[in-house]
Design a protein around this ligand. Structure first.
Ligand SMILES: [Ca+2]
Length: 150
């Protein structure tokens, strides 16, 4: 829901999505300047190292179990040393993970808008009631002495 990050509340927070800050001081905002589609995009940024995720849990109907879906998104990065990656986790009614985690491809460093997509099959496990979609973001210190050439 609100997969395009278009809908925000009166405080500018992106509807349907929650934020988890694991370390550092990453900020999560709806960016209306750098946009691939629509009027807004999800922006996660931090001046220093940090780690965060923006996530939501989507209910799954019994008839969706065992079905195949294509999930995709566009990612643009600027000096994201740790990378940006989206992960899916299937949960049972107790909120516990069922089956394997599904990772989409990671985008690192500086990259213009990149399409990341994956065809996934929801496990045919009747205990699954939802899927948690997590957009992870990590900026790590560059190792001392590392040189880059261009
Ligand atoms: Ca959008």
């Amino acid at each position: 829901m609100n997969g395009g990050f278009e809908a925000t509340d009166s405080n500018g927070s992106i509807l349907n999505w929650s934020t988890w800050i694991a370390s550092g001081k990453p900020t999560v905002t709806a960016d209306t300047y750098r946009v691939y589609a629509g009027q807004a995009s999800l922006k996660i940024a931090a001046p220093e190292t940090g780690r965060a995720a923006v996530f939501q849990t989507v209910p799954l109907k019994p008839e969706q179990l065992g079905q195949t879906f294509k999930i995709g998104l566009w990612i643009r990065t600027e000096a994201v040393t740790g990378g940006a990656v989206t992960r899916l986790q299937y949960n049972n009614s107790g909120g516990q993970r069922v089956g394997a985690l599904e990772y989409l491809d990671m985008v690192r460093e500086t990259a213009d808008w990149t399409r990341v997509e994956k065809t996934i099959r929801v496990p045919d496990d009747p205990s699954i009631v939802s899927v948690k979609i997590e957009n992870f973001w990590k900026r790590v210190p560059v190792r001392p002495g590392l040189t880059r050439s261009a």
